[in-house]
Design a binder for this molecule. Structure first.
Ligand SMILES: *[C@@H]1O[C@H](CO)[C@@H](O)[C@H](O)[C@H]1NC(C)=O
Ligand SMILES: *[C@@H]1O[C@H](CO)[C@@H](O)[C@H](O)[C@H]1NC(C)=O
Ligand SMILES: *[C@@H]1O[C@H](CO)[C@@H](O)[C@H](O)[C@H]1NC(C)=O
Ligand SMILES: *[C@@H]1O[C@H](CO)[C@@H](O)[C@H](O)[C@H]1NC(C)=O
Ligand SMILES: *[C@@H]1O[C@H](CO)[C@@H](O)[C@H](O)[C@H]1NC(C)=O
Ligand SMILES: *[C@@H]1O[C@H](CO)[C@@H](O)[C@H](O)[C@H]1NC(C)=O
Ligand SMILES: *[C@@H]1O[C@H](CO)[C@@H](O)[C@H](O)[C@H]1NC(C)=O
Ligand SMILES: *[C@H]1O[C@H](CO)[C@@H](O)[C@H](O)[C@H]1NC(C)=O
Length: 574
């Protein structure tokens, strides 16, 4: 019976396809809004843009930003260590930190000896260019575990290790609570362990800010990405955290040219011929880019503008312009080496002057404009949050890659789960949300709809079919029984574990007692004392007379805040 193997294979595949896709629900991704949140209920327009999170019991609302260069999460309490050269009073500090978490008022905060004992990750980075305090955070933070909930659909509270900084470790201008989204993120591990997402994948689009029309919230997607918010082809590159790469978020891209797109259709490239510039993508940074000073100067000269100073507002270090002077109205395009062009629209890199005043009110002053670019010296250039108004970024820690698209600014949403290649969960995606598996070829369709590409075979005689039926049924029945058992087990495991979950993690989350071994080499103390001004390297270009000064009240023109007060984030009922 020469045809039997072919036919059996076909029948077998079809059956397996059905069996695997029956009754195993995919874990859909979660989407958290990146939006303007009113930080203090008693202060009008005390807005900050970030992700609303409820922490502790009873829940306290705070605002976080994802930090790809931290593995664990830093939450500020009242000892919030704002840099007084940037933040002029405590009220501003509280607003710009995204509200304080008062651990003494939470019944679920469990203090531990240190962050590693709390289940924190033993390794953090010490790459030049990263916030100087990062390598010291681990040893100096007040540590513990705490429960948090975020997003309307995360019904189950997660318990994760948190650190409460006791050191002024960050730059003064990326201020909100820091959600660690690094390669060994405790937050992502906890979500996977709790079965709330099925892969350590996260994606971000920042939204569109400050425009009179068409402002949009951004979103952070956990476990996948939002396919409505991407357009065109993508570029996928490996995450590289090595010191050689020099990029502390692991996401380094090469830009072969930077084009100025004039309104009349003329495009002018401003990078010198045959030169390329490497950028580290740092989504939490407050600007579009930090690049060599000569590039920013060339940009300013090519657009025939004259700066009136440096900003000390929310977009600290950006260049200020008089809005009633000759203001460039075109776009800027980053031409990536890998064939992707990211065009940032004028409104998203030429923004109004924004600041939080002494009373905690966010003021938008449209008489001045800020070019959200900063000239740096030797350190690696960065692309910050305003780059992610135009680019959509997905980080896949399971595959150790990151992917970028040109963003499609929209409020529409269609979440796609992204799962590990070869993962057992991929066939569970035939109903509900779609599941996209990297590197998957056409065979996925075969499994999904029960074998559309029918293998070619010669017609079979009735007796052959009978033989196949009798022989096959017995064999298939036992195989299917076995598959059923395996599948059930895998589907169940999927909810609690992926291949990438570090051994023992679940147990730690459950029991709360840490058994991690401290890597003696990793959290190294910085020799000598911590520099008094962590901002020093950033402000190196500022001349003395440009240093932060008190702004006078008259500079702040009151404009109604743009963001709605999102009351549901503040309510304690979810
Ligand atoms: C929350 O769940 C509802 C119902 O399942 C769904 O319609 C909605 O899109 C989800 N929202 C988010 C932000 O994921
Ligand atoms: C996170 O932890 C991993 C593994 O311990 C380490 O390799 C990495 O450098 C740490 N930092 C980041 C940003 O991923
Ligand atoms: C990731 O972090 C856990 C603690 O959360 C730690 O036990 C594990 O060693 C880390 N993984 C790597 C690869 O360092
Ligand atoms: C990225 O593009 C490749 C083809 O270049 C495609 O195979 C892959 O599915 C895309 N990834 C996503 C997440 O869309
Ligand atoms: C477009 O405007 C730029 C800048 O003003 C100018 O240099 C260029 O010559 C103009 N191009 C055309 C085709 O008018
Ligand atoms: C920009 O223009 C200024 C003033 O004309 C000039 O001094 C400077 O060298 C120019 N810089 C660059 C990088 O072109
Ligand atoms: C901007 O320019 C206008 C007109 O030249 C002037 O009246 C105004 O004072 C300037 N504003 C600032 C902040 O320099
Ligand atoms: C975890 O370590 C990192 C860097 O060492 C630091 O960001 C963080 O503070 C620690 N956890 C917290 C939230 O303190």
């Amino acid at each position: 019976m020469p045809h039997m193997p072919i036919t059996s294979t076909f029948v077998f595949t079809t059956w397996i396809g059905r069996v695997l896709s029956a009754g195993c629900d995919p874990v859909p991704p979660l989407a958290l809004p990146i939006t303007d949140i009113k930080i203090s209920s008693s202060i009008a327009n005390s807005f900050m843009r970030g992700i609303p999170v409820n922490i502790g019991t009873p829940p306290q609302s705070i605002v976080v930003l994802p930090w790809p260069d931290l593995n664990n999460t830093s939450i500020y309490d009242e000892q919030s260590n704002c840099d007084s050269s940037i933040i002029w009073n405590d009220q501003i500090c509280e607003i710009r930190r995204g509200g304080y978490f008062l651990e003494t008022e939470s019944t679920t905060f469990t203090m531990s000896a240190d962050l590693i004992a709390a289940g924190g990750t033993p390794n953090e980075l010490n790459t030049p260019g990263i916030e100087l305090g990062v390598s010291k955070l681990l040893s100096t933070s007040l540590a513990g575990t705490e429960t948090l909930t975020t997003g309307p659909n995360i019904t189950k509270a997660l318990t994760i290790p948190i650190g409460i900084p006791r050191l002024r470790w960050d730059n003064g201008y990326t201020m909100l609570h820091a959600m660690g989204m690094g390669s060994n993120s405790t937050f992502l591990h906890a979500l996977v362990a709790a079965g709330q997402i099925s892969s350590r994948v996260w994606s971000i689009w920042w939204g569109r800010m400050w425009t009179e029309t068409n402002a949009m919230d951004g979103s952070l997607v956990l476990g996948g990405y939002d396919k409505e918010k991407v357009t065109g082809r993508n570029v996928t590159l490996p995450l590289d955290y090595t010191p050689q790469s020099g990029c502390w978020t692991g996401m380094k891209v090469t830009v072969s040219n930077l084009m100025i797109n004039f309104r009349n259709g003329t495009d002018v490239g401003i990078l010198p011929r045959n030169s390329a510039l490497q950028f580290c993508i740092v989504p939490q940074r407050q600007l579009l880019m930090e690049a060599p000073n000569s590039i920013v100067d060339t940009f300013q000269n090519a657009t025939k503008m004259t700066s009136i100073g440096t900003s000390f507002g929310l977009h600290w270090n950006s260049r200020l312009f008089n809005a009633s002077s000759n203001i460039f109205d075109g776009d800027v395009t980053f031409v990536l080496n890998d064939g992707l062009d990211i065009r940032v629209s004028n409104s998203q890199f030429f923004v109004p002057f924004v600041d939080v005043d002494r009373g905690g009110v966010r003021n938008v002053d449209r008489t001045k404009k800020e070019l959200v670019m900063f000239g740096v010296g030797e350190e690696l250039a960065t692309l910050g949050r305003y780059f992610l108004t135009a680019a959509y970024l997905m980080v896949n820690h399971d595959e150790r890659t990151f992917t970028m698209w040109q963003a499609n600014p929209t409020t529409k949403s269609s979440l796609v789960a992204v799962q590990r290649e070869g993962s057992q969960t991929r066939d569970c995606g035939s109903s509900g949300g779609s599941v996209d598996t990297f590197g998957e070829g056409s065979d996925r369709n075969t499994n999904r709809d029960g074998g559309s590409p029918v293998p070619e075979s010669a017609p079979l005689s009735t007796s052959m079919i009978a033989g196949i039926a009798v022989g096959g049924v017995v064999v298939l029945a036992s195989i299917i029984a076995a598959i059923f058992i395996i599948r059930r087990r895998k589907c169940r495991n999927m909810a609690t574990k992926t291949e990438a979950t570090p051994p023992g993690y679940d147990q730690v989350m459950a029991s709360g007692d840490g058994f991690f071994i401290v890597d003696q080499n990793s959290p190294q103390e910085i020799a000598g004392s911590f520099p008094g001004n962590p901002n020093k390297r950033k402000s190196v270009e500022l001349r003395a007379e440009q240093r932060p000064q008190e702004l006078h009240g008259s500079l702040h023109t009151y404009l109604p805040g743009r963001g709605p007060f999102v009351s549901k984030w503040v309510s304690t009922t979810w």
